[in-house]
Design a binder for this molecule. Structure first.
Ligand code: ATP
Ligand code: MG
Length: 500
C-alpha cells in the first residue's frame, strides 16, 4: 500500500481544550477511509489542521512523499487536497454555477468572467452527480440536500488526489447517498483517495475500505472494514462496551398518554403544502412521524407551530379552538420547536453556550424579566451534563464547539424553556451514537413527566424505539397510524409501500 497522506504526532490545542494529542493518521492511495468518533473527538479539527485551516502546535504532515505545511485551505487545494468542510460555505444568493466556481471563475481573454464557459462547466459538474438542476438559478431555490450536493460538485470539479468529506450525507436521502457513493467509487477507481466522516454506521460499512477512530483527541483504533463487527467499532468509539438496543421498544412503556388531547388537529391542511389530516397528541405521549424525506413530516410541524397557516381544518389546544399565526403565538401556548435546519435557524455563533441555551426561556418569560446569572449558569450546567455537551465551560462561544455539540445546545435551549409540547425535527442528526441513546432516553423521561412530544426522524429504528404512536406519511399525506405492538420498522415500511 502506498501512502498518499501521512500525519504523525500531530497535536492541536485551543484555550481550555486539547483537541488533538499526538495523533497518527495514514491515508493510502486509492482507498476510502472512514474517520469516526464521538462529537468533539477531534475529527473536524484533524481535517482542518491537515488542510491548512488551522496551524498545528506540533507534528509532521507528509503528502505524496513530501513534508508539507499548508498555509491555507487554498494552498492545500492547489496541492491536490480538496475538502468539503462540515460547515458548508456556500453563498445562497449566487447561482449554482457561481457557487461551484467561487474564487476560480473562468475568465475571458480580454477580461471579465466567461459566463458561457462557467455555466457549461457547472452543468458538467452537476451531471457527474446525476443532479438534474438548473445551474443558472440561485442556490437557495434548492433544498438543503441539493445544496450539499453542490458543495460536493464544487470539491469534485477541482482535480484532486485527495478528497475529504466531513459529514456530507447528514441531509441527504437514501437515493442521494447512493448517488454520492457511486461517484465515490468511481473516483476511487481513478486512484483518488477519500476521507469520509460520518456518524452513520451503515454508510461507513457500505463504502469504506478502512476505518480510523479518534476518541478525546487521541488515536483509538484502526480497522479494516471487511470483517469488522459493529460492536467492536462502537466500543472503540465509546471506549467501553455498548449495550445492544436494537430489539428494545421503550415507547411501549408509555402507553398512549393520559386524559384529553393537548393537541387535536381535525382535517387541517394547506393547499400545495400538505393534504388535510387528523392528529392528536396527549400529555405523556410521543407521537412519532415516519415517512421518507419530503413526505410532509416537517410540514405538519410547521402548521402546528404557526410557521405556516392552514387554509382548512380546526386546531384545538387543550380543547380550545386556536388559530396560530406565528411561532410567537405557539411559544405563548407553551410549545417548543427544535427545527431540522439548525444551522440556519438555530445557533447564534457569537453567543456563549449558556446564552444560547437560555434564549428560549428568556423569550418565554419576557425580555423584562431578566434571568439572573446564577440561575442561567445552573440551567446551562444542568443541560451540559444531561446531554453530555463537550465544552470547557458554559462561557465558551458556541461557534467553538464541534458540530454535534452545537446541535445538542439547540436541543437544550428548547428543553430549558419547559414547554408543554415539544416538537423535535431530527433531534439526533449529526449526533454520535452514545449521545443519541442519551437523547432518546431523555425523550422518554420527558414524556413520563407529562410532556407531549412530536418526534420526527428519518431513522426508523429510533422512531420505533421512542414512539408511543406513529403516524405514517407518504406524498404529503398521513396514510396510517400505528400503535402498540404494530409499531415496527417492517410495519412502517409496509404502510409506506402500500398502494392506496
Ligand atoms: N475554534 C475552536 N476553538 C475552541 N475549541 C475548539 C475549536 N474548534 C474545535 N474546538 C474543540 O475541539 C474539540 C474537537 O472538536 P471537533 O470539531 O474536531 O470535533 P468532531 O470530532 O468533528 O465532532 P462532531 O462529530 O460533533 O463534528 C471539541 O472539544 C471542540 O469544542
Ligand atoms: Mg466535526
Amino acid at each position: 500500500m502506498e501512502e498518499i497522506l501521512k500525519v504523525s504526532n500531530l497535536s492541536k490545542g485551543f484555550p481550555g481544550v486539547q483537541a488533538l494529542s499526538n495523533v497518527d493518521f495514514t491515508l493510502n492511495r486509492g482507498e476510502i477511509l472512514g474517520l469516526m468518533g464521538e462529537n468533539g473527538a477531534g475529527k473536524s479539527t484533524l481535517i482542518k489542521v491537515m488542510t491548512g485551516f488551522y496551524r498545528r502546535d506540533s507534528g509532521d504532515i507528509h503528502f505524496d512523499g513530501q513534508a508539507v505545511d499548508f498555509t491555507s485551505p487554498n494552498d492545500a487545494v492547489r496541492h491536490g487536497i480538496s475538502t468539503v468542510y462540515q460547515e458548508v460555505n456556500l453563498l445562497p444568493q449566487l447561482t449554482v454555477a457561481e457557487n461551484i466556481f467561487i474564487g476560480r471563475q473562468p475568465m475571458k481573454k480580454r477580461g471579465g468572467i466567461d459566463w458561457r464557459e462557467l455555466n457549461s462547466r457547472a452543468e458538467n459538474a452537476v451531471a457527474k452527480l446525476d443532479l438534474d438542476i438548473d445551474v443558472t438559478r440561485p442556490l437557495n431555490t434548492y433544498s438543503v440536500a441539493v445544496q450539499q450536493m453542490v458543495s460536493i460538485a464544487r470539491a469534485l470539479d477541482i482535480s484532486a488526489k485527495v478528497l475529504i468529506l466531513d459529514e456530507p450525507t447528514s441531509s441527504l436521502d437514501a437515493a442521494e447517498v447512493e448517488q454520492l457513493f457511486t461517484v465515490m467509487r468511481r473516483l476511487k477507481s481513478e486512484g483518488i483517495s477519500i476521507v469520509f466522516i460520518t456518524h452513520f454506521l451503515d454508510q461507513v460499512f457500505a463504502i469504506t475500505d478502512r476505518i480510523t477512530v479518534l476518541r478525546s483527541g487521541k488515536n483509538a483504533g484502526e480497522f479494516t472494514t471487511e470483517g469488522l463487527s459493529r460492536m467492536d467499532l462502537i466500543s472503540s468509539m465509546l471506549g467501553k462496551e455498548f449495550e445492544d438496543l436494537d430489539a428494545s421498544r421503550w415507547g411501549s412503556s408509555l402507553g398512549t398518554g393520559e386524559g384529553d388531547p393537548l393537541v387535536s388537529m381535525n382535517s387541517v391542511g394547506k393547499k400545495g403544502f400538505i393534504f388535510p389530516f387528523d392528529l392528536t397528541i396527549r400529555p405523556g405521549e410521543v407521537l412519532g412521524l415516519a415517512g421518507l424525506l419530503g413526505s410532509g413530516r416537517t410540514e405538519i410541524a410547521q402548521l402546528l407551530y404557526g410557521v405556516e397557516k392552514p387554509d382548512e381544518g380546526v386546531l384545538q389546544l387543550n380543547g380550545q379552538e386556536t388559530a396560530l399565526s406565528s411561532p410567537r403565538g405557539a411559544i405563548d401556548e407553551g410549545m417548543g420547536f427544535c427545527p431540522e435546519d439548525r444551522k440556519e435557524v438555530g445557533i447564534i455563533p457569537e453567543l456563549s453556550v449558556r446564552e444560547n441555551i437560555i434564549l428560549a426561556l428568556q423569550a418565554k418569560r419576557g425580555a423584562l424579566r431578566y434571568i439572573h446569572r446564577k440561575e442561567q449558569e445552573a440551567i446551562a450546567d444542568k443541560f451540559i451534563r444531561a446531554l453530555n455537551i463537550v465544552t470547557p465551560s458554559s462561557d465558551q462561544l458556541v461557534k467553538n464547539l464541534s458540530g454535534g455539540n452545537q446541535q445538542k445546545v439547540i436541543l437544550a435551549r428548547w428543553l430549558a424553556a419547559e414547554p408543554r409540547l415539544l416538537i423535535l425535527d431530527e433531534p439526533t442528526r449529526g449526533i454520535d451514537i452514545g449521545s443519541k441513546v442519551e437523547i432518546q432516553k431523555l425523550i422518554l423521561e420527558l414524556a413520563k413527566e407529562g410532556l407531549a412530544l412530536l418526534f420526527i426522524s428519518s431513522e426508523l429504528d429510533e422512531v420505533v424505539r421512542c414512539s408511543s404512536r406513529v403516524a405514517v406519511l407518504r406524498d404529503r399525506q398521513v396514510i396510517g397510524e400505528l400503535d402498540g405492538t404494530d409499531i415496527s420498522e417492517s410495519q412502517i415500511m409496509k404502510t409506506i409501500a402500500e398502494t392506496a
